[in-house]
Design a protein. Structure first.
Length: 97
């Protein structure tokens, strides 16, 4: 298992349509990682909600959404550079059998 994640960054403005794009990206990554359908859907919704929350808190800022792929989990970090205001979501990868 690797400890160094594969990292994808998405730089977006405070537009709700872009929150939906981040949700779609995490859904794709979760499905590709083999997560169950219901987990993929919930993770997508949580990511959109986290982005909307960050966009509302800092509407004039540019935002960074990081997708971190580890061997055992997938993480999303919204505005990591915002310190305590950053939002981190994590889901374990559950392989399909």
């Amino acid at each position: 298992m690797t400890t160094e994640p594969k990292r994808i960054e998405l730089h977006v403005d405070s537009d709700p349509r872009l929150a939906a794009a981040a949700g779609g990206a995490v859904r794709f990554l979760a499905e590709a990682a083999g997560m169950p359908e219901e987990v993929c859907k919930e993770f997508q919704e949580a990511t959109v909600g986290a982005c909307v929350k960050a966009f509302a808190a800092r509407p004039t800022s540019s935002h960074t959404v990081q997708f971190l792929l580890f061997g055992d989990r997938l993480e999303v970090v919204v505005d990591a550079e915002a310190g305590a205001q950053s939002i981190r979501l994590t889901r374990s990868v559950v392989p399909l059998r």
